[in-house]
Design a protein around this ligand. Structure first.
Ligand code: ATP
Ligand code: MG
Length: 583
């Protein structure tokens, strides 16, 4: 491959795009890799296209090595497949729905479990056919609520999705492990730093699930990490360790005047000054009201969530816990319609009578005693005992996780970090096979229900994640396998430098090296150097002033190291860098 910048369809930009906040977005636009078309919708220019294909090639290679087979489904799909599994409605506003000329309902595929299941059902029928794993690399569509950061969270994006089909749970576990191994190899080759985190399965249903998160300060996912035992989990999947249940007598519930104390802070201050207590927020029970809708239904349910008062409700955790139910904030108008719920003074004592479900943080175990609302303006109650004065309808993982909270595995203190999800593997189980009645005929003639796994890699997102982790203040710094070229040859000077650069480029190309050569006639050396830094090819060869003495300059983009080399050695030196040390 030889790309000549004199004709390459590329314009680099001096300034960051106005809408860009994260480094990868700024750099990929400035370096002419992508261009915005609409929110979350991007075009790929030649260099960007090459980088994405390079990422896809690594993903494909590792999938093939694992024994998965590549197929390709349409992105435009009829409603019926998604209707059968309930996802036509469950997907909510994230699904792009459209109609054909006859009024038939269609969608743009956000992920393809239904189609893969149906295809396997159509082709395979005997237990001898299984297991099988299929994958595709394809464009997906999701009408994301907050498309952001360029191609990091798009509404149109490229995903590798694969699906495993097994006869039994052990088989599924094996397929899952194979994917996990393949993902480790893939992300290692892509040069991405990542953490494998326990995850919740969300709207997909199913059980065991892990996410590959790339730690970056700009990530949208928060993950909990334990540096003692290596436990890592998406904040949504972190599980609170409940204290042992408490036994013993408590004084009777007592209602107290606490005027003007709708917040935990004001309540704690009032209890300690006016009622002789010595409590903190952790001794209070905060009750947060939400309304929960199920996609496809117009009715919503009122739900009260009880958490220790020193913690906020983390809405993402709450959403994950209630999925596919969707919680929303209980507004002023909702309170007006429900006078039994006294804003700022809600206590769980009355919820049974009001017919409202009450879910509590796992720390609210039976026998614990709390200060909480007394369901009258300006009044709170103390000695409100779980299991005596109220009985929750269940527990919910909704309270925020904080650094220093206990690791669910070893009890050490955890830390909280931010990351971007680059891959997701999970054991779906039989949800989709049940919906499609996907069976194999067993050796005894009896049907065996197939069990499935589903596995995704964000191919276009990976391009942004690599850019996020591999850049400096000058521009991009691609790992070689991903880079649009192995070497960027800059020919600059008024003598025969450009000719010489082209000559070296041709010789390298003949050796199988991928070359980008800057042969632009009337562009200053300064601009050419800046572009080579911005574009991020790992090796740069400058054919410039030294040419008359038979010298060229070899630069390493990552370290910034420069060395003069005899120009006659350039081809050998670069080919050796690219081919790596001889085995
Ligand atoms: P996220 O939590 O980031 O929204 P997700 O859990 O919805 O992702 P999956 O359904 O697991 O994503 O999709 C598999 C992979 O596809 C993800 O791991 C991610 O790398 C990628 N991906 C998902 N949504 C997007 C998007 N909007 N833009 C780019 N890549 C995406
Ligand atoms: Mg996911």
């Amino acid at each position: 491959m030889l790309l000549r910048m004199s004709s390459l369809f590329l314009r680099t930009l001096r300034d960051d795009p106005a809408d860009a906040e994260v480094p990868s977005h700024k750099l990929l636009v400035r370096a002419g890799y992508v261009r915005r078309v609409a929110p979350g919708i991007y075009s790929w220019l030649p260099l960007g296209k090459i980088v994405m294909e390079n990422v896809a090639a690594v993903v494909r290679d590792e999938m093939n090595k694992m024994g998965a087979q590549e197929v390709l489904f349409p992105a435009l799909l009829p409603r019926e497949y998604y209707e059968a599994t309930g996802r036509w409605t469950e997907y909510g506003d994230t699904l792009f729905r459209l109609k054909d000329r006859k009024g038939g309902d269609y969608l743009l595929g956000p992920t393809h479990e239904e189609l893969f299941t149906d295809m396997v059902k159509g082709e395979y029928s005997s237990y001898k056919d299984f297991p099988v794993t299929l994958y595709q690399i394809q464009t997906k569509y999701r009408d994301e609520a907050r498309p952001r950061a360029g191609i990091l969270r798009g509404r149109e994006f490229v995903m590798k999705d694969s699906y495993s089909f097994d006869l039994d749970d052990d088989g599924l576990k094996r397929s899952y492990e194979q994917h996990r191994e393949a993902y480790i190899k893939t992300f290692d080759r892509l040069g991405i730093r990542y953490k494998i985190c326990f995850a919740t399965s969300g709207a997909m249903g199913g059980s065991a699930s892990e996410e590959f998160l790339a730690p970056t300060p700009t990530g949208e996912d928060t993950f909990v990490a334990c540096h003692s035992c290596g436990y890592a989990a998406n904040a949504e999947a972190y599980t609170t360790t409940p204290p042992a249940s408490v036994t013993g007598e408590h004084p009777a519930l007592e209602v107290l005047d606490t005027p003007g104390t709708p917040t935990i802070e004001s309540l704690v201050a009032c209890m300690n000054s006016d009622h002789g207590m010595a409590i903190t927020g952790a001794d209070t029970l905060k009750n947060v009201v939400v309304k929960v809708t199920t996609p496809g239904s117009t009715k919503s349910e009122i739900l009260v969530i009880g958490v220790p008062g020193d913690r906020e409700v983390d809405f993402k955790r709450l959403e994950a816990s209630l999925a596919p139910g969707e919680p929303a904030i209980f507004e002023e108008a909702d309170f007006a319609k429900n006078p039994g719920l006294v804003r700022g003074y809600i206590g769980p004592q009355v919820l049974k009578d009001l017919g409202i479900r009450y879910l509590v943080d796992p720390r609210v175990v039976s026998g614990t005693s709390w200060v909480t609302g007394a369901n009258e303006p300006g009044k709170h109650a103390r000695n409100v005992v779980a299991g005596r004065d109220f009985t929750p309808d269940g527990t919910v993982e909704a309270a925020e996780v904080r650094p220093g909270d206990p690791c669910p595995r070893c009890g050490s203190e955890v830390s909280l970090d931010r990351g971007i999800e680059i891959g997701h593997i999970f054991q779906l189980g039989r949800k989709y096979a049940d919906a499609a009645k996907l069976d194999a005929l067993g050796p005894d003639g009896k049907p065996i229900r197939i069990t499935m796994g589903s596995y995704g890699v964000g191919v276009s997102r990976a391009v942004a994640v690599i850019a996020e982790q591999w850049h400096d203040e000058l521009g991009l710094v691609w790992p070689r396998e991903i880079s649009p070229a192995d070497v960027h040859i800059v020919g600059t000077g008024k003598e025969n430098q450009v000719e010489k650069a082209l000559e070296i480029a041709a010789a390298l190309e003949a050796r199988g090296v991928r070359v980008l050569v800057d042969d632009r006639p009337s562009v200053s050396p300064g601009v050419k150097f800046k572009d080579s830094e911005l574009l991020g090819v790992p090796t740069v060869l400058v054919v410039g002033r030294g040419l008359s003495q038979g010298l060229a300059e070899l630069r390493d983009r990552a370290s910034g190291e420069k060395q003069e080399i005899p120009i006659d050695e350039a081809v050998e030196r670069i080919a050796a860098l690219v081919e790596g040390p001889a085995a």
